[in-house]
Structures are given as C-alpha cells and as structure tokens.
Ligand binder design. Structure first.
Ligand code: F6R
Length: 244
C-alpha cells in the first residue's frame, strides 16, 4: 500500500486526476471505476479541465460506478446517476452508453446485481477504481458488519451513513435506507485502486487501513490484501494517522 500525503483537497484532486490520466493515456479503452460523494468532485473537475485542454480523451473509455440508492432514478437530483451526469459525464467526450451505474429502479434488484457483476466481468474488469471512504470505514456501501459480501448486492445503510449523507437532502427522512452496491470482492478484483480521504472525520478509519489487521468492522481494511492500492490523504489526515 502506498500512502501519498498532500497539502490539501485541491492537491489531492490534482494528483488523483493525474493518475487517472496516466491510465487513460496508456490505455484509451480503459475501464474506470468511479465513486460519488464529495470526495471525488475536485478530481472530476480536474478531469473535465484536462478533457477541455485535449490532455485526455474519453471517447473510448467505459466507466462503472460503485453504487446507487434504491428507489432513485436518473432524473432524481439525489441519484448517483444524476450526480455522475452533472459532475462529470455531461462535460467530457464520453459516450453515455459507455457509462454504467447500478439501476436503483430495477424491478428485480437481485437480477440487476447479478447483471452488474456480469457486465463488469464482460468489460474485462476495472483498470482503476476510485474510492472514497466513510468515517466508519465503508467503501462503496459496504458497511461495517459481521460478514462482508463479495458481489454486487442490496445493502441497508447504517444510521451514521444516512446521517452523513443527509447533507445532500432536504431532510434526513428523505435519505434512502437501502442501496445497491458493488461488493468488496468485486472492488478487490480491480487492477488498481485509488482511495481518497480528506477531513478529520476520516482519519481513524484510514489509520486502520495501515494497521496490518483486517476486520469486517472496517471494510476498507480489506484493501491491505490488494497488491496495487494508493491512498491519498490531505496533510491533516496524514498527521492524525501518524500521531494517533
Ligand atoms: C460513493 C460511495 C461512498 C463514499 C463515502 C464517502 O459512491 O461509494 O463510499 O465514497 O460515503 O463520501 P464523501 O466523499 O461524501 O465523504
């Protein structure tokens, strides 16, 4: 595991975007694994800028997203499909049909989950997966639990995740309680993983990724078993990791 400590959020976003650019420039047909939430927004802004400056070409790129809320469709501003369109896809030269986000409106969620895993395998797997992290250690929506699920699956969000995500909604009652998420096994199949973390609230969870111990109570600790993971943290998280 590689740890990169950067000055601030802006630098984290630039370094992450540079790493994605390197993957795309090496393989113009690459499969990018993408995340939503506040963390990757700056990275996506950098990628949009690079695309405008002809430094990166998305015309042959395919993307797969980590998760989607159950019950929210692409027109719902709180859905992750909407988020991706707004924060990245609408501003770059990617073909929409090459972008995949689990369908939170699928009638048969189990079938949707199975098809999503098959789709990723069919595409040849993820070349680089971008991850944020929850303050409880969740990656995608794999929440702390007694056991983790390998493939894409329906999951119940924890109270702390619902509370954290309520900042995007009018009220906490509007936050969906369930989501469709890529499982930890599917994430671990990615060829490379880039985890981004900024803000004090993430420090404890990130610190455990470097503890040498793996526990389902902090799903991100599983990443220690992957051979190509880079963790980028801001200086504050970096200091808290070292000093705690
Ligand atoms: C989003 C996702 C989540 C977030 C995590 C951190 O697709 O899978 O695991 O990465 O909840 O969210 P932010 O970045 O908003 O702090």
């Amino acid at each position: 595991m590689k740890l990169i400590v950067v000055e601030n959020y802006e630098e984290m976003s630039r370094v992450a975007a540079d790493k994605i650019k390197a993957v795309v420039n090496e393989n113009p047909n690459a499969i990018l694994g993408l995340a939503t939430g506040s963390t990757p927004v700056g990275t996506y802004k950098e990628l949009i800028e690079m695309n405008k400056n002809n430094e990166i070409d998305f015309s042959q790129i395919k993307t797969v997203n980590l998760d989607e809320y159950i019950g929210l469709g692409e027109k719902d501003p709180q859905s992750y499909r909407y988020f991706m369109n707004e924060n990245l896809f609408n501003h770059i030269n990617i073909k929409k049909e090459n972008t995949f986000v689990p369908n939170g409106l699928a009638k048969d969620i189990e079938e949707e989950a199975k098809n999503y895993d098959m789709k990723i395998d069919e595409l040849g797997g993820i070349d680089i997966q971008i991850l944020g992290i929850g303050s409880n250690g969740h990656i995608a929506f794999n929440e702390p639990a007694d056991a983790l699920t390998s493939g894409t699956h329906l999951t119940q969000l924890t109270e702390s995740t619902i509370a954290a995500n309520s900042r995007f909604f009018n009220s906490i009652d509007e936050v969906p309680k369930t989501a469709l998420t890529m499982g930890v096994g599917q994430i671990m199949k990615s060829k490379r993983i880039l985890l981004l973390a900024n803000g004090d609230s993430k420090a404890d969870a990130v610190k455990e990724i470097f503890s040498g111990k793996i526990t389902s109570k902090n799903p991100a600790t599983m990443l220690q078993m992957h051979k190509d993971v880079t963790v980028i943290v801001d200086k504050k998280v970096g200091e808290l990791i070292k000093n705690n």
